[in-house]
Design a binder for this molecule. Structure first.
Ligand code: CMC
Length: 393
């Protein structure tokens, strides 16, 4: 009934108005609230970008101080949450743990939350941004059988995350400032990306008026897939599988073969038909981190650069406008920092939380907002009569 456009995969459907993020996929441009991503990655810090995404403007010094204080206020998680981890197997994928634990936050902040009240929405947003590094680091600690390390509020956002990941009760973790800065930059590069699958999932879930913590858990689930945030993990697995430069042509051929499901992970994008501007900053950061760590020779980086070079000269990738995306180089940096592969997508989720909550806030605060309800083309059976069990074949 009624007219609608059939658009599987939403390749040409705009689902909302938004003032947060602008992408020009042909030109390879990404801006948050008008500021180019490379300027933010170079000069800003993650919490400042969070403020920008949520509030629309860069903060004044006083606003920045207050926001950092608000976030610090919420870095702890309820002790009951700590016991929640113990229901998981130690070898559970950390993204599975993230879906469960973040979803469980909805049970802690439910009755007090009136989403029509902008102040309460902001408190929910602060809580999520503040608690995600703690929840993520604890997923890692749990997988190792190590005790949870509590947040240290005198550290920056990125430093605190590295501290909770790598400190133990027996040993301090001395945070390397170059690595902390690189982590800060990686968080900025992942902070928001307009209406991608996980953000659209958060908006759709939130459009019914659902609890925001539960909506973010839905976003984490969507991000997990290898076509989306799971690609950073898949890139490292792919590079490890390729193993040597001589084998690159074999994998390029496989990626081009329509009968082979293999794709070059970290390549291609629904919107960018040019180099992903985040990938450029990521590659630069990768070199900086390896230099700082004194890694002269990182075979996976050499392999990645050679793979990129060969792919970008191949007519298949040129014609289809397939370029490296944000996930192509990030895994090599994470690995150099000592972060295990299974945590790569978790880091993406930590960083993207601000994008999800900013988009959720924008949607809930929009009076014209309606519940999201796509239509379908029905291709099933036409009308038929019920067949009793004894009469079925
Ligand atoms: N390797 C080989 N061929 C590819 C690739 C690839 N990575 N990506 C797209 N193609 C081909 C695809 O086979 C199709 O060919 P044809 O037109 O002949 O059927 C054409 O390019 C268009 O691809 P599509 O799948 O229709 O495009 P899409 O917009 O639906 O998919 C994508 C976008 C990102 C899912 C896809 O490029 C992909 O699977 N890339 C690998 C996974 C990846 O790196 N994902 C991370 C995306 S960026 C960060 C994020 O979202 O988290």
């Amino acid at each position: 009934t009624g007219f609608f456009t059939y658009d599987p995969g939403f390749t040409s459907t705009g689902s909302c108005e938004s003032k947060i993020t602008y992408i020009d996929g042909d030109a390879g441009v990404l801006m948050h609230r008008g500021y180019p991503i490379d300027q933010l990655a170079e000069h800003s810090d993650y919490l400042e970008v969070c403020y920008l995404l949520l509030q629309g403007e860069l903060p004044s010094a006083a606003q920045k101080k207050k926001f950092e204080g608000d976030i610090r206020n919420h870095t702890m998680v309820h002790e009951q949450i700590a016991s929640f981890y113990r229901g998981f197997r130690r070898d559970a994928h950390p993204m599975a743990v993230m879906c469960g634990v973040v979803g469980a936050l909805s049970a802690f902040y439910h009755d007090s939350l009136d989403i029509a009240d902008p102040h309460q929405r902001m408190v929910a947003s602060d809580r999520l941004i503040a608690k995600m590094p703690t929840i993520a680091a604890w997923a890692y600690k749990y997988s190792r059988g190590e005790p949870f390390i509590y947040p240290r509020n005198n550290l920056s956002y990125a430093e605190n995350f590295l501290h909770m990941m790598f400190a133990t009760p027996c040993e301090e973790y001395k945070v390397n400032p170059v690595l902390a800065r690189a982590m800060e930059r990686i968080l900025i590069l992942h902070a928001d990306h307009e209406q991608n699958a996980s953000t659209s999932t958060v908006r759709l879930a939130g459009s019914s008026g659902a609890n925001p913590f539960a909506c973010i858990a839905a976003g984490i689930a969507s991000l997990w897939g290898p076509a989306h945030g799971g690609a950073n993990e898949a890139v490292l697995q792919m590079l490890t599988q390729i193993g040597h430069k001589e084998r690159i042509p074999e994998f390029i051929d496989r990626a081009k073969d329509k009968n082979d499901p293999f794709r070059l992970m970290g390549f291609g994008h629904r919107v960018y038909k040019n180099y992903d501007p985040r990938a450029k900053v990521m590659e630069r950061t990768c070199h900086e981190v390896l230099d700082e760590l004194g890694v002269r020779d990182e075979p996976l980086l050499d392999l990645a650069m050679e793979l990129e070079r060969i792919a970008l000269e191949d007519p298949y990738f040129v014609d289809k406008k397939l370029y490296p995306n944000v996930d192509f180089y990030s895994g090599i940096i994470f690995r150099a920092m000592g972060i295990p592969v299974s945590m790569f997508t978790v880091l993406f989720a930590v960083a993207r939380t601000v994008g999800w909550v900013a988009q959720w806030n924008e949607m809930v605060g929009d009076p014209s907002q309606k519940i999201g309800r796509p239509r379908q083309l029905y291709t099933g059976s036409t009308l038929r009569d019920y067949v009793p069990l004894h009469a079925r074949g």
